[in-house]
Design a protein around this ligand. Structure first.
Ligand code: NAG
Ligand code: NAG
Length: 333
């Protein structure tokens, strides 16, 4: 209490110095407390089925919980959560049936850890994603953790924001996350790892993705199951300072993270064609030879999508220890 009072009385210059120190301290919080755990015991109670028209204009029909259950598109399997697509119907008129699930809860900051056993494999026309986003897109930001289309072999990690967010330190091309003026392109790009996506991921039994989100940085880590998942994660006490290099990191001046990223829901989906897989169809050297349009291919080749499923062991959300009571908070009192 007296510490807090004395801080308030400090001169302006000194307060700024203390604030910068406090920020540095918060740049790498290493103690996290479990907030929510989603797995085969509760997943479908805590994630909602989105069954409106695909916001990315895909050739897809997202189904509701009852339909997903009765048609076997979603359910608990192998002690995990299965999220698949219709791989039986030929030429479904309204698009191929699939699921898109979103957490009921939303999050700002923290650590989101997902243990995934299988992702949708490579298939012309498919566009799977594991991502987070906030309200009034793009004003609350979007973080794409696992995403790719068609026969791509590496995940693309991308951030989308309103104009005015360009990190000075990022793992890619230092792009404008609000590009090209509306956030539809964003910043980021393909990672240099074929074990983190599609076939390469599935061959090694998958692995663990972690998103660390603070006021100072957004980092995404990937741990292949074959080469070991950090013990601190397996023990439920994740400590990012033990983890080595992230797969992608966004930090540094030029983007106020807290002003551009907030209240994110977590999403898993698999869509087809639309604004990415469909848009690049003609430029894909393999897929474009199979059918003149993405929709035609996806419609007429159901069995190609048998492997287009997610098998999720768990998603856990942690918050920074002391985040609600930290020094940084004392300055906005
Ligand atoms: C559908 O729900 C029932 C009742 O909860 C459950 O027993 C069944 O396994 C579910 N089907 C699938 C495909 O998960
Ligand atoms: C995917 O990762 C591999 C292996 O590191 C790399 O050689 C390749 O260039 C990456 N692909 C892209 C599109 O960056």
């Amino acid at each position: 209490m007296s510490f807090r009072k004395s801080l308030v009385r400090l001169s302006g210059v000194l307060s700024v110095a203390v604030a910068v120190q406090a920020q540095k301290h918060y740049a790498t919080p290493n103690t996290y407390i479990i907030q929510d755990s989603y797995d085969a015991s509760n997943f479908f109670d805590e994630f909602e089925f989105f069954n409106g028209p695909d916001p990315t204009a895909g050739f897809v029909q997202y189904v509701d919980a009852v339909t997903a259950n009765s048609t076997g598109l979603a359910g608990y399997a192998n002690n995990g959560v299965y999220l698949g697509v219709d791989y039986q119907t030929t030429n479904p008129p309204a698009g191929r049936a699939s699921v898109r699930l979103t957490t009921k809860k939303s999050y700002t900051h923290g650590l989101i850890i997902a243990d995934i056993a299988h992702q949708p494999g490579p298939a012309c026309g498919s566009w799977p994603a594991f991502w987070t986003f906030g309200p009034s897109w793009p004003h609350s930001g979007e973080i794409d953790i696992i995403e790719g289309v068609n026969l791509q072999t590496n995940t693309s990690i991308t951030l989308h924001t309103a104009p005015g967010c360009s990190f000075s330190e990022d793992s890619f091309s230092h792009g404008d996350c609000g590009a090209p003026g509306d956030g539809t392109m964003g910043c980021g790009g393909p990672t240099h790892n074929t074990q983190n996506f599609g076939a390469g991921f599935n061959e090694i039994g998958g692995g663990v993705y972690a998103l660390q989100w603070t006021s100072d940085a957004i980092r995404i880590f990937f741990f292949p199951r074959s080469s070991g998942i950090p013990t601190d994660i397996e023990e439920g006490n994740p400590n990012p300072s033990n983890w080595g290099m992230p797969a992608a990191s966004f930090s540094g001046g030029g983007c106020n993270i807290d002003a551009n990223f907030m209240n994110h829901n977590i999403v898993f989906d698999t869509t087809f064609c639309g604004q990415w897989a469909g848009r690049v169809w003609g430029a894909d050297p393999v897929c474009s030879t199979k059918a003149p349009t993405c929709e035609e291919y996806v419609g007429s080749n159901p069995t190609d999508f048998q492997d287009s499923y997610w098998l999720i062991n768990y998603v856990k959300v942690f918050r920074e220890a002391g985040a609600k009571r930290g020094i940084a908070k004392r300055f906005d009192a």
